[in-house]
Design a protein around this ligand. Structure first.
Ligand SMILES: [Zn+2]
Length: 368
């Protein structure tokens, strides 16, 4: 065991390395995990919490105090792990304050030689506080936060000219629910991952689109590999970079992948029970995709529709219908008996679905 691994174990994190680390057994945890894409403006800050009380933060946004204030506002008092995906201000700007106030046990950094005075100050602080520092290694590295497993992608050969392509890649796994966190990785780094860490990239429930939705952060081959049910962009309104890019938006729309954006939706929180997942605070849920055909997200709505794949009220199974809020086995059977439906509004004629319940269900279903 390496010294860093030993230190991390002492600090309460379990680390392991190995090519198949993330793809090993995936037990079905009954407990909830939360991942929240914090609205920190033009930057990334992603808060991960497990039901075992472990807390991690991936990046800390561009502003000095904002990420730390948001953590405090959520009742966080300490952090088990912080990750700085790469050495850019929109990812480390708030990290110094986070380190000061929450004293993380482990600091994971990409280890690149790209540097700024602000970054050096941060590293000095981490060292002064005696925080265990780890970096990606040649093999995937597994960090356990209770029932949430973060797998760190193998270290990518350093790109001396584009720090974005030195981003730490992470796959979060909680039972069968997973999230891809690629930092700001552009084409070159993603292509390397596709060759060297293909299994880690494949089939993630949620994709944080790389580089704030920039056109160089997403491409068709990447989406085909990750195959997300939902995409999230961490981005500021009217930013100077034109993020998210028009090509990325069009690509997601063509691929029928709904996109949530922190500039429009604020902080975006997803809770998983290890099998199903749900967006918090917007009466919107998403679940495993229907066994049959995948519902079509209407053109022009793909960037705002806050849901995963939609449940088709004309074709969904009883079990899928029961996953809708307020729908038990009795109402699910009535919905099936009342088929076909010309539009979602027709559901109101099903006994037990009043207008109020219909409005809860509406964002989750389609009749097309
Ligand atoms: Zn960035």
């Amino acid at each position: 065991m390496t010294r860093a691994a030993r230190l991390a174990l002492i600090a309460g994190l379990v680390l392991a390395s190995g090519p198949a680390a993330a793809q090993e057994r995936r037990p079905e945890p009954a407990r909830l995990a939360s991942i929240e894409f914090l609205d920190v403006g033009q930057g990334d800050a992603i808060l991960i919490r497990s039901s075992e009380g472990k807390v991690a933060l991936v990046d800390a946004g561009p502003h000095k105090d904002l990420a730390a204030d948001l953590l405090r506002g959520r009742g966080i008092s300490s952090l088990d792990l912080v990750v700085l995906t790469h050495h850019h201000q929109d990812h480390y700007g708030g990290m110094e304050e986070v380190v000061r106030r929450f004293r993380p046990r482990v600091f994971l950094d990409n280890g690149s030689s790209h540097s700024t005075p602000h970054y050096l100050r941060l590293i000095e602080l981490v060292r002064d506080r005696g925080i265990t520092t780890i970096q990606p290694t040649d093999r995937p590295r597994r960090l356990e936060l209770g029932s949430v497993v973060l797998t760190v992608f193998p270290r990518v050969p350093e790109n001396a000219t584009d720090e974005n392509d030195n981003s730490v890649g992470l796959r979060l796994q909680h039972g069968s629910f997973s999230v891809m966190l690629p930092g700001d990785a552009e084409r070159e780094e993603r292509a390397w991952w596709e060759r060297q860490a293909r299994d880690l990239c494949a089939n993630c429930t949620v994709l944080k689109v790389a580089h704030h939705g920039s056109n160089n952060g997403t491409d068709a081959r990447w989406l085909e590999l990750v195959r997300p049910e939902l995409a999230v962009a961490s981005v500021a309104a009217r930013n100077d970079y034109g993020h998210p890019g028009a090509e990325t938006l069009a690509l997601l729309e063509r691929s029928r992948i709904p996109l949530l954006r922190t500039d429009r939706d604020g902080s975006i929180r997803i809770v998983s029970d290890g099998r199903r997942w749900q967006l918090v605070g917007r009466q919107v849920a998403a679940r495993a995709p229907p066994a049959g055909k995948v519902a079509r997200v209407p053109a022009g709505h793909a960037d705002t529709r806050p849901t995963g794949r939609l449940v088709n009220v004309n074709t969904a199974s009883e079990a899928e219908l029961e996953g809708l809020p307020g729908v038990g086995p009795v109402i699910a059977r009535r919905i099936i008996q009342g088929r076909p439906y010309q539009s979602v509004d027709d559901l109101e004629r099903v006994k037990g679905i009043g207008r109020k319940r219909l409005e809860q269900i509406r964002p989750l279903v389609t009749a097309q």
